[in-house]
Ligand binder design. Structure first.
Ligand SMILES: [Ca+2]
Ligand SMILES: [Ca+2]
Ligand SMILES: [Ca+2]
Length: 213
């Protein structure tokens, strides 16, 4: 009996390994998302275009929690925001994607941690975050934005100091990948639950019929 149990457990583990190994690794569509290649100041290079940064902003070889990264800073200018952007190509229209990145507050004495000062814009879809959300306690944090592609090429723009606030950010490890979808033939948890409910209902119906017979 114990042998049978052990065999069942082994088969279950093997099954899980097979399922996970079928999940394909999603390719990052961002060029130089880890900023290993330098990005020239307020110019285009290393996959990115950046503008509205002051001398305290721009590409850095190290600093804070990061190795090579980028600082969004413009001394709190009200009318403009420090920006870095990249045209993402190879998107499939109607497909879901997720944008993620690491964020850390830079010069945390400036700005309001509760203001919407960090922006992630893909095409015309803008998501704004507060410093409290992306860099809790001014420490190392992250952001995540989901979207559905409405064009094969879309402009991704990351901005700091939004809405007149002076909060500035170090950013690194920017990624844009296809959102994970359940593989073919693997039922979603929701449909499994509906199936289980259906079975239970069938059981009740059979029992009722037996009782009334
Ligand atoms: Ca880096
Ligand atoms: Ca600004
Ligand atoms: Ca600033």
């Amino acid at each position: 009996m114990f042998k049978g149990l052990r065999l069942k457990a082994t088969l279950a583990v093997a099954g899980a390994v097979v399922l996970f190994s079928f999940a394909p690794a999603q390719a990052n569509l961002i060029v130089n998302g880890d900023f290993t290649t330098p990005v020239p100041f307020n110019s285009t290079g290393g996959g990115w275009t950046n503008f509205n940064n002051d001398g305290a902003g721009g590409w850095r070889s190290s600093g804070g929690s990061f190795d090579e990264h980028f600082i969004l800073n413009q001394a709190g200018q009200a009318g403009t925001d420090p920006t870095i952007q990249q045209l993402v190509t190879g998107l499939v229209i109607g497909t879901g994607y997720v944008i993620t990145g690491d964020v850390e507050s830079f010069a945390s004495g400036f700005g309001n941690p509760a203001a919407l000062s960090f922006g992630v814009e893909i095409g015309s879809m803008l998501t704004e975050f507060t410093r409290n959300q992306v860099s809790p306690g001014n420490g190392l944090g992250s952001f995540s934005v989901n979207f559905i592609a409405n064009a094969t090429s879309m402009l991704l723009a990351l901005t700091g100091e939004r809405n007149g606030d002076d909060s500035s950010y170090r950013i690194d490890n920017i990624s844009l990948v296809r959102a994970q979808q359940p593989g073919p033939g693997i039922p979603e948890p929701a449909s499994l639950a509906i199936f289980a409910l259906g079975l239970a209902g069938l059981g009740c119906a059979v029992r009722k019929r037996r009782r009334s017979a």
